[in-house]
Design a protein around this ligand. Structure first.
Ligand code: SAM
Length: 219
């Protein structure tokens, strides 16, 4: 159970979630879970006052915590069910992983920047959430625990990494922004069988680059 003791933040969070509900395309279940998460805990104290703006914000190492709308949008597409094994690439602040855990998923999250993993782990511990973390290149996935019912990539990929495709369960789904470094389309990929996948392209977004063996070679 996450404790939310700060009344001023609680009210701002409620207003943000209400505004996201009014957009009409986001899962109520996902938004109700977001209502329980104190976003300020994932931010440096100098950004606490902006925690409930619907915008991406800076975290350490020149990275970002994604915009709340984007988090809700991707998680809505993922259609997480209780007990699903979900792989996240790009732990960042840990906010998205926390949301997946609150939705009842078994979460595996990979981040290439060690300091970010250390910070995120502190928040997971504070919240009493058991989330499996790994420092490394997420473009090659985490084969030890595959297959996954869901894979969510929270950085911009030049293409869908083959390794992630291989680690997606039959009947599973991947949400991944694919495009150039300055502009991406959100892909929703359903794995129908060993050889058959369905790909839908939805809205446009802007993410930091996915850097690794099956991603961009540099930032
Ligand atoms: N999901 C995060 C959250 O809730 O705060 C936001 C992620 S941030 C937009 C993207 C993250 O992907 C950055 O922290 C970046 O270091 C990470 N990243 C980029 N390439 C990666 C890779 N190959 N493997 C793992 N993480 C990667």
């Amino acid at each position: 159970m996450i404790k939310n003791n700060n009344n001023a933040f609680n009210e701002r969070r409620r207003l943000l979630i209400e505004s996201l509900k009014r957009r009409g395309n986001l899962s109520e279940n996902v938004l109700d879970a977001m209502l329980k998460i104190p976003r300020e805990k994932f931010l440096d104290s100098s950004f606490h006052f902006r925690a409930y703006e619907d915008t991406a914000l800076p975290i350490d190492a020149n990275q970002t915590i994604s915009q709340p709308y984007t988090v809700a949008y991707m998680t809505t597409l993922l259609e997480v069910k209780e007990g699903d094994k979900i792989l996240e690439i790009g732990t960042g602040s840990g906010y998205q992983a926390c949301l997946l855990a609150l939705l009842g998923a078994k979460v595996y999250t990979i981040e290439r920047i060690p300091d970010l993993v250390e910070k995120a782990k502190k928040v997971f511990n504070e919240f009493g959430l058991k989330i499996n973390t790994r420092i490394g290149d997420g473009t090659i996935g985490w084969s030890e625990f595959a297959p996954y019912q869901g894979i969510i990539v929270t950085a911009a990929a030049p293409d869908v990494p083959d390794s992630l495709m291989e680690q997606l369960a039959i009947g599973g789904r991947m949400v991944i922004p694919v495009g150039t470094k300055s502009y991406q389309s959100m892909y929703l990929i359903d794995r129908i069988s060993d050889n058959d996948v369905k790909r839908h392209v939805t809205d446009s977004f802007k993410f930091v680059p996915l850097i690794g063996k099956e991603g961009w070679k540099t930032g």
